[in-house]
Design a protein around this ligand. Structure first.
Ligand SMILES: [Fe+2]
Length: 291
């Protein structure tokens, strides 16, 4: 059966993706983007006390049993053993952190980064084609637009990093068997702040379901789907970097994304490309000045 073999392939790749995401996060933290040591003791006291009190309130209010408490303890241990803390946190909590971090912005909306970003992807001209296989499956997609400041100034030389899943929902450097930089690239906007990116339309995908997160999803009767999306980081000197995702209309999981990352402003409006080959979508980015 086609479905069975496809399912086996997905399961095998999902396990590898989760392990790779954890390893990548450890590497990034070891290069000191964030340190727990930099967080004030009083703030740790305040937040940790509030978390502990919130959980105790749930236990008391909802009369949590020893059976449920031990099931939770078993599951928390398994999240660590499966290397799925980055996955768990990015799927269920990062959207709130991002909302706090970007609440002051007047420019384009951002959303979560997720666990599959890799910095340093190949740099391309303003109208370059993303690295892909000769027979890369999927609908051709021309993604074009302009990077501007909130005052309307075109930002020449702005940097646009794009990474996304392939037509089966897999990311290079996380799922095995894909070229290192497949469907990952960095574009430098032209003198008018414009870019034209030639890529393929990505597919929706499920977060890995064969570890502790999948166990929770199954036990709670949830689904594991993320709608199809493009991941982007857009930056220019003197302006705040935007980390965002853009979504395609009509995807059923735009309404119930497991990562709660979809916002109305992030929905694309693709049209048939006038060349007759695939889709074209225009989307501009507006950056806030650094304060
Ligand atoms: Fe993604």
């Amino acid at each position: 059966m086609t479905d069975t073999s496809f399912g086996t392939e997905v399961t095998a790749r999902a396990a590898q993706s989760g392990a790779n995401a954890s390893a990548r996060f450890r590497e990034r933290m070891s290069t000191a983007e964030t340190h727990t040591a930099a967080i004030d003791t009083a703030r740790v006291d305040y937040l940790a006390s509030k978390v502990v009190k919130s959980i105790n309130d749930i236990i008391l209010d909802d009369k949590v049993s020893y059976e449920e408490y031990n099931a939770l303890k078993t599951w928390l241990i398994k999240v660590g053993e499966d290397g799925e803390w980055p996955l768990f946190l990015d799927v269920w909590l990062e959207h709130s952190v991002e909302e706090v971090a970007s609440s002051h912005r007047k420019g384009s909306k951002g959303t979560i980064e997720g666990p599959y970003y890799i910095g340093g992807s190949p740099e391309l001209a303003w109208d370059g084609t993303i690295p892909m296989r000769d027979d890369e499956p999927g609908t051709p997609l021309l993604f074009a637009g302009q990077v501007r400041a909130v005052d309307g100034t075109a930002l020449a030389g702005a940097k646009i990093e794009l990474w996304h899943a392939d037509d089966l929902g897999f990311y290079s450097q996380f799922a095995p068997g894909l070229p290192e930089w497949n469907l990952r690239g960095t574009w430098i906007a032209n003198a008018d702040g414009r870019y034209e990116i030639h890529t393929r339309r990505p597919a929706p995908y499920q977060i890995p379901t064969d570890g502790a997160c999948g166990q929770l999803i199954a036990a709670a009767g949830w689904h594991a789907w993320r709608p199809a999306h493009l991941h982007l980081k857009v930056s220019a000197p003197g302006y705040e970097l935007i980390t965002t995702q853009l979504y395609f209309p009509g995807d059923p999981h735009n309404e119930d994304d497991i990562a709660s990352a979809v916002k109305p402003e992030l929905l694309l409006d693709p049209k048939d490309d006038p060349s007759g080959d695939g889709l074209r979508v225009d989307y501009d980015f507006v950056l806030d000045p650094e304060v």
